[in-house]
Design a protein around this ligand. Sequence first.
Ligand SMILES: C[S@@+](CC[C@H](N)C(=O)[O-])C[C@H]1O[C@@H](n2cnc3c(N)ncnc32)[C@H](O)[C@@H]1O
Length: 225
Amino acid sequence: MDAIPPQPVLPDGRMLPASAPARARTARGRPVHLSGYDRERQDFYATPAWVTEALLRHVRLRGPVWEPCCGDGAMARVLAAHGHAVVSTDIADRGFGEAGVDFLQCATVPRGCRSIVTNPPYGDSGSHEGQSRSPVAMRGFLKHALMLTEQVEGQLALLVRLQWIAGRFVAEAMSAAPFSAVIVLTRRIRWFDLAERTNHAQHHHAWVVFDHAHPPGQPPALLYG
Ligand SMILES: C[S@@+](CC[C@H](N)C(=O)[O-])C[C@H]1O[C@@H](n2cnc3c(N)ncnc32)[C@H](O)[C@@H]1O
């Protein structure tokens, strides 16, 4: 098991205490990386705790974890409760973690981190609804996350719609990546909808897990959570 430094560090060198209360860690001054993100479209969904717990039942995460789209901390809190040091950032200020950090503009993981775990923005709108509208944005997110985790021979766990895995381009991208496991959630997620009106429990979801230390040639595990 890797040693866990007490204070993970953001790419610009600033230190963040792991899982400190939200407001205390929210950036007061200039954001770290700020893109032209449209603040009118920051709808998001907080992930129920059982979903992250299903991941942790199957996957042993190495080192401090980065939750780069932390929202209000729904996933980060569960990771911390299971003993992980967590760096929590988000492009928006949702009252948790470090605000103003555009994941897609980050060139490295926060210093010390070895894993990325998140429920990413599925489309340009940063919402679940957006996944069907813009699967391209999601693929860009995957590509960027794989590039960052490769630098630290790390792990990546993304919560996606099960259907997303079946796309041809995604299949190619996943096959070329160190794809180590898919954890299919047999229960449908009832989202805490904060912005959009959707059929809450309409889709099945899965964790897709990548591990740059996964032995080449070893097929990914199919697991159920
Ligand atoms: C679907 S929500 C998930 C929130 C949290 N991960 C959870 O599972 O509860 C997506 C989050 O991604 C954030 N986001 C969207 N684009 C981002 C970007 N480029 N960089 C960082 N965060 C982003 C949104 O602000 C939103 O909080």
